[in-house]
Design a protein around this ligand. Structure first.
Ligand code: BES
Ligand code: ZN
Ligand code: ZN
Length: 487
């Protein structure tokens, strides 16, 4: 889909104009007199009240769609994203080109309106159909935003958003890909190929022998039962201008291409969506890619641990004790708590590069869904400042994020009687925070670190009309991009 800025209405298949509702009455912004007359001549307009997401179509010299946005004082960027996502689904099979009027949105900055609408259209247009014999292509290819003056600033905003959403959509493709196709070796290859096209990134991919050499015993224990070699993908982006004030941010992602649970086998009903267990990896990769495309001024590293968690005669048995890269011994009581094992060694590795901040992202626990529901991302951190910055970014990006505590009792509960640590607490209560407490054991050099548990939000976010009903959501990428841009 092509997005454009225009300051004149050319011939187009559909013009979308806004209307509002004030005190239960239709409230029309400054439409042309002739448009008002054509609207009134349409019988359906009589009942149209301008309520949120209410639509009515009419024709004059062109075809019009009036989109109700409700109370104009309550219209936010997220209200626009959602309303236009619904419109996208209504019109994308019927019209090839549309022009979008921005009338009446006076309380919002034009630049951010164009940005949010671009996000909405591009995120909504995503579908995963590579395995379908009959692909249904949307008809809609051209969207023009009608503004007073078509400035370079507005055009650049569209380009910036295109870079972010193309990255979100690549992350969505990775997540939606089937686990028999996207194994760890293939996942690393696809990232290597994709980032080579983007350019300006140093790529290092560690294979099994190199991961062994790094003494990543926990990571290897998860891979022990797999038919595929593990991969540690390490990407580095350095901005053109580096000063002593240049910040270095490290992203770390859980890239479990499938999680059977291992010997602590998952029941089939919970195993079935576990191809999404590389959602954290897809999220950090998408954010990294978007930041590179938009020439971020920060240095950014991205570390992704890739394997599946499978079962064969070599798979790690519960009760095993394994040595981590940082030297700590871990009693593996449940092989289904595998994400924290992979992340532990990768976090320790990431700390060696002494970044200013580490943010990891993982579909780590089912317990985060119990704590926060499946609409909110869980945040855990050793730093109030870093937490504050991430929460601010989530708020600015209209993505739900909530901080949960890691208390001393959680740290005590993951101590093992026969090893340094155990990979789960003694009860299921506070399971997400105990997983966070486990990860914190692998942060060194006093680096500020935050862990995002995206198990609830990485997939199936049908409550958001700009996300597919089923499958990867692409959420939190916008938050991470905003975070790096504002740090
Ligand atoms: N990948 C799962 C977490 C998960 C659950 C993601 C549901 C998405 C939806 C993780 O590896 C896991 O299995 N965690 C266990 C930990 C437990 C054994 C301590 C869990 O949450 O049950
Ligand atoms: Zn698991
Ligand atoms: Zn998992």
């Amino acid at each position: 889909m092509k997005l454009k800025i225009t300051n004149s209405v050319a011939k187009t298949d559909l013009i979308i104009i806004n209307a509002f509702n004030r005190n239960n009455k239709l409230d029309i912004p400054s439409w042309d007199k002739s448009i008002q007359a054509d609207f009134k001549a349409n019988p359906a307009s009589k009942f149209f009240k301008g309520n949120l997401s209410e639509t009515v179509y009419f024709s004059g010299d062109q075809n019009f769609l009036v989109l109700g946005l409700g109370d104009s004082t309550k219209v936010t960027l997220e209200v626009l994203r959602k309303a236009f996502a619904k419109v996208y689904h209504e019109i994308s099979m019927k019209y090839k080109s549309v022009t979008v009027g921005l009338d009446g949105l006076t309380s919002l900055e034009e630049l951010s309106v164009v940005g949010a609408l671009s996000e909405s259209f591009l995120m909504s247009a995503y579908s995963f159909d590579i395995h379908k014999s009959n692909k249904i292509q949307p008809v809609l290819t051209d969207v023009s935003f009608l503004v007073e003056s078509a400035t370079a600033k507005l055009r650049n905003e569209i380009k910036r958003v295109e870079n972010i959403v193309s990255s979100i959509n690549i992350g969505r493709d990775f997540m939606n890909e089937a686990p028999n196709v996207l194994n760890s070796v293939e996942f690393a290859k696809r990232i290597e190929k994709d980032i080579a096209k983007v350019g300006s990134v140093k790529t290092k991919i560690l294979n099994k022998a190199q991961i062994k050499k790094e003494k990543m015993g926990l990571f290897l224990s998860v891979n022990a039962g797999s038919a595929y070699e593990p991969r540690l993908v390490h990407l580095t982006y350095t901005p053109k201008k580096v000063t002593k004030n240049t910040k270095h941010i490290a992203f770390v992602g859980k890239g479990l291409t499938f999680d059977t649970g291992g010997y602590s086998l998952k029941p089939s009903s919970s195993m079935v969506t576990m191809k999404y267990d590389m959602g954290g990896a897809a999220t950090v990769y998408a954010a990294f890619r978007a930041l590179v495309l938009n020439n971020s001024s920060a240095k950014i590293s991205c570390f992704i641990g890739m394997t599946d968690n499978a079962v064969n005669s070599l798979a790690t048995m519960p009760d095993s004790i394994v040595k981590a890269r940082n030297g700590k011994s871990v009693e593996i009581l449940n092989t289904d708590a595998e994400g924290r094992l992979v992340l532990a060694d990768v976090l320790d590795y990431a700390c060696d590069f002494k970044p200013d901040h580490i943010v990891d992202c993982a579909t780590l626990t089912g317990a985060v869904l119990v704590a926060l529901g499946n609409e909110t991302c869980g945040l855990f951190s050793n730093s109030d400042e870093l937490s504050g910055a991430l929460l601010d970014s989530a708020h600015r990006s209209d993505e739900y994020m909530w901080r949960l505590p890691i208390i001393q009792e959680h740290k005590d509960d993951i101590k093992s009687p026969i090893a340094d640590l155990k990979n789960m607490g003694s009860s299921r209560f506070g399971g997400s925070a105990k997983a966070g407490a486990f990860l914190e054991e692998f942060i060194k050099n006093d680096i500020s670190w935050a862990h995002l548990d995206v198990a609830g939000i990485a997939s199936d976010q049908g409550h958001l009309p700009y996300c597919p009903k089923k499958g990867s959501s692409g959420l939190i990428v916008r938050t991470l991009v905003d975070f790096v841009n504002s740090i």
